[in-house]
Design a protein around this ligand. Structure first.
Ligand SMILES: NC(=O)C1=CN([C@@H]2O[C@H](COP(=O)(O)OP(=O)(O)OC[C@H]3O[C@@H](n4cnc5c(N)ncnc54)[C@H](O)[C@@H]3O)[C@@H](O)[C@H]2O)C=CC1
Ligand SMILES: O=C(O)C(=O)COP(=O)(O)O
Length: 388
């Protein structure tokens, strides 16, 4: 039996796909696989039984990726599965930053008991007048699954769109409208655009990238949208920019105390991916990745181990997975360990990613205990698993 622990609510459409040999468990300590959304995992200790963590979503900054790699735990995410949900809320954010919608709603609530509210509204509304997004310049920082969709929809809405992403994938570039202007200097986005939206992961190199310098460059009355992560924006700089009127509105999906104290921030409680469709899509993809890894040793959409796919375990066949450091002489030690026991390797895939590597082998007989013991004794090997 394989035990799966959910650290957050995971859609039933995903967990219903778990085979009969899997059971959802409340006990983290006996889990083979973990399904998670935004639960903080950095301070957690992982049980020896844990093979994989699947993040039903995009951002993995809540998971200690390097420590997981060291402990032979594969971490997956679900690229693109919630991108449409985020795109739609970003479009909503553009409008929230353009029109006095939030203030107008607040005014109506405050005046709910006024019998003459209709007349009062006609008088009050001039305080909530806004501007249109048609023809305005939108800067998109990060043109991955979400950024590319935001750029395309903004083009459809008649905006003039500028995109910046030095690492854009070929797939995302293909999906993006040719009308998106390609920007190679981030400062130009800050300098030129009326609206700016950021869609990059929070990691070394992006944390704090919207700093005092960026705010200083922005056009007077710019609107900044952050549906990616709170840490991308330096809060003190944004607070000052809002205070001075440099930034007209800061629309963010991250309710942190510093932001709650900012005048001019419109704050949502991390709602970007909270649609039924996105939750179902993410859960389905996460469960498929987890089961494919546990059953076949295949790695699809991992963020800390290389991709590796040898198809389904051959019927009646034998497969061994070895997770190891990406250092010289490891693959030969692995093949020797089997060779010395008279085992023939029928298929072998070896892939690396940064400091770690993965070797998946189909062998012609049940893996001999002596070979497995030998592999487990090698320093640079992190985990050896008989898959089937
Ligand atoms: N508010 C919410 O509920 C949600 C928030 N997110 C956040 O949005 C982020 C992006 O999600 P996706 O578009 O699905 O990810 P993605 O991986 O498809 O796209 C990220 C893009 O950022 C680019 N990038 C990386 N470093 C960059 C830099 N320094 N400058 C410019 N571009 C850079 C990459 O090349 C990639 O194209 C996630 O990492 C997550 O933090 C994602 C989903 C839901
Ligand atoms: O996918 C992401 O990166 C998100 O931020 C969505 O987070 P959630 O699954 O709603 O906790």
């Amino acid at each position: 039996m394989q035990y799966i622990h959910c650290l957050n609510n995971i859609s039933k459409y995903g967990t219903d796909l778990l085979p009969d040999t899997y059971e959802l468990t409340e006990e983290f300590d006996k889990s083979t696989g973990v399904l998670v959304r935004s639960a903080a995992m950095h301070d957690m200790e992982f049980p020896e039984s844990l093979l994989a963590i699947a993040r039903a979503g995009a951002g993995v900054n809540n998971i200690p990726l390097d420590r997981c790699a060291e402990e032979g735990i594969v971490v997956f995410n679900t690229p693109g599965a919630n991108a449409n949900a985020v795109k739609e809320i970003v479009i909503c954010g553009l409008l929230l930053g353009s029109r006095g919608i939030v203030e107008g709603i607040e005014w109506c609530r405050e005046n709910a008991d006024d019998e003459n509210i209709a007349k009062a509204a006609e008088k009050a509304k001039k305080a909530f007048a806004g501007r249109e997004i048609l023809g305005k310049k939108l800067g998109v920082i990060g043109l991955g699954a979400i950024g590319a969709q935001v750029a395309n929809t903004a083009i459809d809405l008649g905006m003039d769109v500028y995109g910046y992403d030095p690492y854009v994938s070929v797939g995302a570039a293909w999906r993006m409208s040719s009308e998106v202007h390609h920007v190679t200097n981030l400062d130009d986005i800050f300098r030129e655009c009326d609206y700016i939206t950021i869609h990059v992961p929070a990691m070394e190199g992006t944390i704090g990238m919207v700093d005092a310098h960026a705010c200083e460059l922005m056009k007077d009355g710019a609107v900044f949208l952050n549906f990616s992560r709170d840490t991308l924006v330096a809060n003190a700089a944004m607070a000052a920019a809002l205070e001075s009127g440099k930034v007209h509105a800061y629309i963010t999906d991250f309710a942190v105390p510093e932001v709650m104290r900012m005048n001019g921030a419109i704050v949502l409680p991390h709602l970007g991916a909270s649609t039924a469709e996105a939750e179902d899509n993410c859960a389905i993809m996460a469960v498929r990745e987890l089961v494919n890894y546990i059953e076949n040793g295949n790695i699809v959409n991992s963020v800390n181990y290389p991709a590796c796919d040898m198809g389904a375990c051959p019927a009646g066949g034998h497969r061994v997975a070895v997770m190891h450091k990406n250092v010289p002489n490891t693959v030969s030690q692995i093949t020797n360990a089997f060779g010395e026991e008279g085992v023939n390797i029928e298929n072998l895939t070896n892939k690396s990613r940064g400091d770690f590597a993965y070797t998946l082998l189909d062998i012609d007989q049940e893996a001999p205990e002596a070979a497995i013991a030998k592999l487990n004794s090698i320093d640079d090997i992190r985990r050896v698993r008989v898959v089937c």
